[in-house]
Design a protein around this ligand. Structure first.
Ligand code: DHB
Ligand code: FE
Length: 286
């Protein structure tokens, strides 16, 4: 059976890719941000994942407003890398694992999550930057990848409770895969930020710290928040916290916090990182 070793939840700000491309990691602006990832990489060396399941929100690259699934699961042999804005060199494609993808899709549909299935899928900064932070010397990384998208671009977005349940269903699907794979969950997005409108630049440290604490020990408490509560408290793009909720849902009911860091600002965003090791196997809800 596959084992979920833990989760890394992290911001995915496009400027991270630019900083890496230009070697700015040790500059005073960037050092406090990049330093946090050393501990994550140390943990990864002991966790030894074979596969990274990356729960992220596409930003208009693979899906656009004319055709935007709420939940979509990659089922491609490889995922090509494209991004917006910075003119960065593109990377070779990320390796997929279609047999695991189809098992996850079948289990999700069985559990009433009628996901879109993507036998072709392009990935953006929300997938690529976290992977490059975790494996800075290896692009593509030494793991197979399985991208899972949750819509945060066009309302209505899925409810917080639905995202936590989606994560639980993903966890159940992975743990019922009949192979000795070690699986890392990566949840990307947030924390508080707003990129447009009158509140552009909005950040809410108190809200972010509350979310980071609850994600670890009491993720169910965050399902009391509606999407509109999150917009109000965490900004329009702060809704990306639902990726963290889904990632946490894939773990058992008990986790160990290996590392957490929080830094304001990176670009327009409060940057957060959590490294959680999975403890309970299997979780009580199965
Ligand atoms: C920024 C953050 C994001 O999550 C994103 O998708 C795009 C831009 C930013 O802070 O600049
Ligand atoms: Fe984003």
């Amino acid at each position: 059976m596959a084992t979920i070793v833990g989760a890394v939840t992290t911001s995915h700000i496009p400027a991270i890719g630019n900083a890496m491309a230009n070697g700015l990691q040790h500059e005073p602006y960037w050092a406090p941000f990049f330093d946090g990832y050393e501990r994550a990489r140390e943990w990864l060396a002991t966790a030894r994942p074979d596969v990274a399941v990356v729960i992220y929100n596409d930003h208009g690259l693979n899906f656009f407003l004319d055709n935007l699934p709420t939940f979509a699961v990659g089922a491609a042999p490889e995922y090509s890398v494209e991004d917006e804005g910075w003119g960065l060199p593109t990377f070779p494609p990320y390796r997929g694992i279609p047999e695991l993808s189809w098992h996850v899709i079948e289990t999700l549909v069985e559990q009433d999550f009628d996901v879109a299935t993507c036998q072709e899928m392009r990935v953006d900064h929300a997938f690529v930057n976290p992977m490059r932070l975790l494996w800075p010397d290896r692009t593509p990384p030494p793991v197979a990848t399985l991208p899972i998208h949750i819509n945060t671009v066009q309302h209505p977005l899925p409810k917080t409770s639905r995202c936590l349940a989606f994560g639980r269903a993903i966890g159940q699907a992975l743990e019922s895969f009949d192979d000795e794979l070690r699986v890392l969950i990566v949840g990307t997005g947030g924390l508080s930020h707003q990129l447009d409108g009158q509140r552009a630049g909005f950040i809410n440290k108190e809200f972010d710290e509350m979310c980071m604490a609850k994600i670890i020990d009491d993720p169910g408490a965050l399902t009391a928040l509606s999407i509109h509560d999150i917009v109000k408290l965490g900004g329009t793009q702060g809704t990306e916290i639902i990726m963290w909720l889904a990632a946490r849902g894939a773990l058992g009911d008990r986790v160990d916090k290996i590392h957490g860091s929080y830094h304001i600002p990176v670009s327009n965003t409060a940057a957060g990182l959590l490294v959680l090791e999975n403890r309970a196997q299997p979780a009580l809800w199965y």
